[in-house]
Design a protein around this ligand. Structure first.
Ligand code: SF4
Ligand code: SF4
Length: 367
C-alpha cells in the first residue's frame, strides 16, 4: 500500500481509504468483518459522516479497540458553532473515541453556506474550539459543485483538509480548473470522493453481482490516485472482495499507463451508452479531441460542461452552467453534422445529437 502525506497535517494516509457511506446497507457483523479486513490489509484512513445513518455507530462498535491503528475522519452538517459542537459530541459517542483526527464541515456547496460557516458564530468557530480542547486534530471541509466557493475556502487558509469529488471524467472540474493544484499549493490535504461517480463507473455485470474483479473500478481508482494532487481516495465499500480489490490498486505501480487509460476509456464508453440520462450521458472527458477537428470551431467540451452543470446541479447553482453557456462565442447550433468529431471522441459520444439537446435546453433556460 502506498501512503501519502495528507497536506501539512503531519498525517500519512493510505492512498486507498475506507469510505463508510455504504455501511448502513449491511449488517453489523458484515461491517465488523470488512472494517477489520481493511485495517489488516493496510488501510489506515477511515472516513464517515454524521449523515451516514448508523455508519459511525458500526465503526465504533467494530474497530474502536483498534483506534490507534487508523486515522479517523467524520463530519457534521451544522452551520453554526453550537450545532457543530453538538454534532462532534454525538460523533465521538457513536465512534467510541475521545479524539477524531479530522472533523469536516459537510457539504459546504455554495458561497452563501461558506460565508455562513466562516462568519463569527459559524461552524468553523466551533471546530476551532474543539481543536483547542484537543477533541479533534484537524479541521476540514467537504465541497461540491461551486468552484469559486472551493477557491475561497482554500484561500481562506482556515482548512487543513478538503474533500472533493473527482473521477476519470473529472465531473466537477476540480482537476481541470486547478482546484486540486491550488489545495496542494496551500498545503491542504486532499481526500477524493465519488471516484466511481457514485457507482456509475462499475460494469453492469459487477453491479448485478455476476463478477468480482472489475477492471473499470480498478482503472478508475488507479487513474485518480495517479494524480499527485490527490492524497487519498475513499471508495465506498460494503463487501469483503471490494476491500481486497481496492487495496490491490494501492499496491500497484503508478502512474496509470497510456495503454491502461485507453482501456479505461473503452470501458467508460461501454457503460456510457446505455445511460440515457444522468451524469454519463452528458459526461465528456474534456479531452478536446473533437474541437481539433471541428470545422465550425464549436467548443464542444464547454457546451457539455455547461449542459451537465445545468442538468445536474441543485437549483441554486444551475446558473453556473448558464453562465458558461452564455460566454461561448460559438453556440452549438453552428453544428453542420459532419460527424468528424465522433470519429475521434474516445468515448464515442453522439456529439451532434447531444449538441442539439444541449442547445434546446440551454437556449430555453437563457431566455
Ligand atoms: S458534427 Fe458538428 S461538432 Fe462535430 S465536427 Fe462536425 S460541425 Fe463540429
Ligand atoms: S472528444 Fe468526446 S470526450 Fe473528448 S472533449 Fe470531445 S466530446 Fe468530450
Amino acid at each position: 500500500m502506498i501512503y501519502r502525506k495528507l497536506g501539512n497535517t503531519g498525517l500519512k494516509v493510505s492512498v486507498i481509504g475506507f469510505g463508510a457511506i455504504k455501511l448502513p446497507q449491511i449488517s453489523y457483523e458484515e461491517a465488523e468483518k470488512i472494517l477489520n479486513r481493511a485495517l489488516d490489509l493496510g488501510i489506515n484512513f477511515i472516513d464517515t459522516a454524521r449523515a451516514y445513518q448508523d455508519s459511525e455507530t458500526k465503526i465504533g462498535k467494530a474497530i474502536s479497540k483498534r483506534r490507534d491503528e487508523f486515522i479517523l475522519s467524520s463530519r457534521g452538517l451544522s452551520r453554526d458553532r453550537d450545532g457543530i459542537l453538538k454534532d462532534l459530541k454525538t460523533s465521538m459517542r457513536e465512534l467510541q473515541t475521545d479524539y477524531i483526527d479530522i472533523y469536516e464541515l459537510h457539504a459546504v456547496n455554495d458561497m452563501e453556506t461558506l460565508e455562513k460557516v466562516l462568519a463569527p458564530g459559524g461552524a468553523l468557530e466551533g471546530l476551532k474550539i474543539a481543536k483547542q480542547r484537543g477533541l479533534i486534530g484537524h479541521i476540514g471541509i467537504t465541497m461540491h459543485f461551486d468552484l469559486n466557493a472551493m477557491k475561497k475556502a482554500i484561500e481562506s487558509n482556515e482548512f487543513e483538509v478538503i474533500m472533493l469529488a473527482y473521477s476519470p471524467l473529472d465531473h466537477e472540474g476540480v482537476n481541470r480548473e486547478g482546484i486540486l493544484k491550488l489545495a496542494k499549493e496551500h498545503g491542504i490535504g486532499t481526500i477524493i470522493m465519488k471516484a466511481l461517480l457514485g457507482g456509475q463507473l462499475v460494469l453492469p455485470e459487477t453491479a448485478a453481482g455476476l463478477r468480482k474483479e472489475d477492471p473499470l473500478v480498478r482503472l478508475s481508482l488507479k487513474y485518480v490516485i495517479s494524480n499527485l494532487y490527490v492524497d487519498t481516495v475513499i471508495p465506498g465499500m460494503k463487501k469483503l472482495h471490494e476491500v481486497e480489490e481496492n487495496v490491490r490498486v494501492g499496491d500497484e505501480p503508478l502512474p496509470i499507463t497510456e495503454e491502461e487509460k485507453k482501456q479505461l476509456y473503452e470501458l467508460i464508453s461501454k457503460v456510457a451508452k446505455p445511460a440515457e440520462r444522468g451524469w454519463l450521458a452528458q459526461a465528456c472527458l474534456q479531452c478536446g479531441y473533437c474541437t481539433r477537428v471541428c470545422p465550425q470551431n464549436i467548443p464542444v467540451p464547454e457546451v457539455f460542461k455547461a449542459y451537465r452543470i445545468y442538468m445536474n446541479y441543485p437549483e441554486n447553482l444551475k446558473h453556473l452552467g448558464l453562465e458558461i453557456y452564455k460566454s461561448l462565442e460559438v453556440k452549438p447550433d453552428a453544428c453542420i453534422e459532419c460527424r468528424s468529431c465522433v470519429q475521434v471522441c474516445p468515448i464515442k459520444i453522439d456529439i451532434p445529437s447531444k449538441l442539439k439537446e444541449a442547445y434546446k435546453v440551454l437556449e430555453e433556460a437563457s431566455r
